[in-house]
Design a protein. Structure first.
Length: 212
């Protein structure tokens, strides 16, 4: 069994997030919440992801697009290393971050900031699965994934994936089979895209939305 100390040595956890600029984050919520409240929700979810990741004892990096030059990030460098996402597309940016992580660590786990149900327990379980698999994923209900982990990342698994559709995870699975990679999946969870998701978040995790 892998201890927390061993995990801290061989694992890097990466969190993808966006610069919290009003009107540019959680845009599908703006019609219901407005730009200011949508941006505040984005900040809270980012901080929640940071807190859960930090509690795993692993090294944590925050990968930001388009810039870390924002008051929200001031002071975070004390606990997290801030990095700029590199690439024109989401696939390119994820690939770059995963590849960079594996240059320095045996395992890399990448999550987004818009899936608050990813907690310390799920992160530790994902890391553990990489002891016996080359990849690990947490699918989301809309057909994508909220977590990807690897010990030998190859961009082949993103070949012809229709990003933004409900076929993302299906196509990734097909590529994993095609190139004979081993992988494991944790149970499907939900992320925060539209107002229905926000309402569910308010019911299940009210501490994130209280007084928003």
């Amino acid at each position: 069994m892998t201890s927390d100390n061993d995990q801290a040595v061989d694992t890097i956890l990466q969190i993808f997030t966006r610069t919290p600029v009003e009107g540019e984050v959680k845009t599908r919520l703006i019609p219901n919440l407005g730009a200011l409240r949508s941006c505040e929700l984005h900040k809270r979810m980012t901080l929640h992801a940071m807190s859960e990741a930090k509690n795993t004892s692993s090294k944590v990096e925050i990968w930001v697009t388009p810039t870390v030059d924002h008051p929200f990030f001031i002071g975070l460098e004390r606990d997290f290393q801030l990095k700029i996402q590199v690439g024109k597309t989401l696939a390119e940016r994820m690939a770059h971050s995963l590849e960079q992580g594996l240059k320095r660590y045996k395992k890399v786990i990448l999550i987004g900031s818009d899936c608050p149900s990813i907690d310390r327990e799920l992160l530790i379980r994902a890391v553990s699965l990489l002891d016996n698999h080359q990849y690990v994923f947490i699918p989301v209900e809309d057909g994508g994934f909220s977590l990807i982990g690897s010990v030998l990342f190859s961009q082949k698994i993103f070949h012809e994936v229709p990003w933004g559709s409900n076929l993302v995870m299906t196509r990734v699975r097909n590529n994993l089979k095609k190139y004979h990679y081993s992988w494991a999946e944790l149970p499907t969870i939900w992320d925060i895209d539209d107002f229905t998701d926000y309402e569910r978040l308010s019911l299940r995790m009210p501490h994130i939305t209280t007084d928003l």
